[in-house]
Design a protein around this ligand. Structure first.
Ligand SMILES: C[S@@+](CC[C@H](N)C(=O)[O-])C[C@H]1O[C@@H](n2cnc3c(N)ncnc32)[C@H](O)[C@@H]1O
Length: 373
């Protein structure tokens, strides 16, 4: 059972987040509404005190058994929600206004397959197959012709262009109307280190759908009361490439840098590396300053909030030019090979660190994480 739990992405959603979902959907509920949670677990999202039709589905029959005993007013199905997806399957009439709620599992299917864990429940309709369980759930909501979708999912589904593009069948028909970001570390039984941002998202059906520019301009809120838009910042891929070129000419003595992904990946990964591999970028010496910048970001990454974890590395190029020397001195302290390109200045470590913190404070504004407070 334990392995299955990991497999299906089972963890329980804090009540505070469930209340937010209900607050968001309240205004849409009328007498013709059906509320569906197609990954309901033990039914924590349901309410005993409302007369609206509620339907719960989960592949875990033990969980459904418990849910049934807790919520006699809810109709339950124990089945795979991603197979034979239709309103008919869940007994919902086409004329009903359908509101989806819940916290679907989010799991990279490719990594699950790699671990050779059970794959039989990953079976799903061919038109909703993606590489991530949670993204397939989003496509299933679209297939059900839902009217409103108020669920939790990783922020990365929307803000990473590669993911966003996989969700076309969903994004063509729905528009995000509210997005509150919470940290994965606030969920029970989840890893507290290297948390990632999860979105409490409310979508309305809208024939205009949304494009990536819409997401870039969307004002996300955080549960801590902050606000941000992706387009408010400039990012490192505007200056250096994140990934290796397909045909790389690697020569002895070239400087190598690990492939860059988002900030969370940078926290886990190395920066400058000695050994060439398919994951290494050959550094363009003319742009070495920017690689130094990324190296320094890694070492000061605790100043960034969790909700920037899936963004590219943020930079303010003009300001960086002013603080450049401090970044270089900081990186020189870690990497002696940099002595061939830069001159070490006699400067107190404390001065360097103070100036770099100052840069990040200006860069991040009220998003700056000051652990001393
Ligand atoms: C993150 S848990 C959420 C549980 C519950 N909503 C809560 O927050 O307390 C995800 C749930 O999805 C279920 N699940 C995973 N794959 C499923 C599938 N293909 N069909 C139906 N349920 C599935 C798991 O059994 C698990 O209960």
């Amino acid at each position: 059972m334990e392995i299955d739990r990991v497999n299906f992405g089972v963890f329980y959603t804090p009540q505070q987040y469930i209340s937010i979902i209900w607050r968001e959907i309240e205004k849409y509920i009328d007498q013709n509404t059906t509320i569906l949670d197609s990954s309901c677990g033990q039914g924590d999202f349901f309410r005993k005190d409302i007369s609206t039709t509620q339907i719960g589905v989960d592949v875990d029959s033990d969980a459904i058994q418990k849910a049934k005993s807790k919520f006699p007013n809810v109709k339950f199905f124990s089945r795979n929600s991603l197979l034979n997806v239709s309103r008919d399957t869940f007994g919902i009439e086409e004329t009903r206004k359908l509101i989806i709620i819940g916290n679907p599992p989010y799991n990279d299917i490719t990594s699950l397959a790699k671990k050779e864990q059970k794959t039989k429940y990953i079976e799903m309709d061919s038109d909703i197959v993606t590489r991530d369980y949670g993204m397939s759930f989003l496509l299933s909501y679209s297939k059900l012709n839902s009217d409103i979708i108020a669920i939790l999912h990783p922020l990365s589904y929307l803000i990473k262009k590669a993911n966003f593009n996989l969700l076309k069948k969903f994004t063509n028909r729905y528009r995000l109307v509210k997005g509150i970001v919470v940290s994965s570390s606030t969920f029970y039984q989840t890893s507290k280190s290297n948390p990632f941002p999860i979105l409490i998202a409310t979508y309305e059906s809208n024939p205009l759908g949304m494009d990536f520019e819409f997401i870039r301009s969307f004002e996300f809120q955080t549960i801590e009361g902050k606000k941000f838009r992706i387009k408010d910042f400039d990012y490192i891929p505007n200056y250096i490439r994140k990934y290796p070129l397909k045909k790389i000419k690697y020569r002895d003595g070239d400087i190598l840098f690990w492939t860059m992904r988002d900030l969370n990946a940078l926290k886990r990964n190395r920066t400058f590396v000695k050994k060439y591999s398919t994951n290494t970028i050959v550094v363009d010496i003319a742009k070495l300053d920017y690689y130094v910048y990324v190296d320094v970001v890694k070492h000061y990454s605790s100043l960034f909030p969790y909700y920037f974890g899936n963004l590219d590395i943020i930079i303010d190029n003009e300001m960086f030019k002013q603080y450049r020397d401090y970044f270089i001195q900081d990186s020189l302290n870690r990497w002696s090979f940099l002595n061939s390109f830069y001159t070490k200045i006699d400067m107190k470590l404390e001065t360097i660190q103070t100036k770099i913190r100052e840069y990040f404070k200006n860069l991040l504004g009220d998003h700056y994480v000051n652990l001393q407070n």
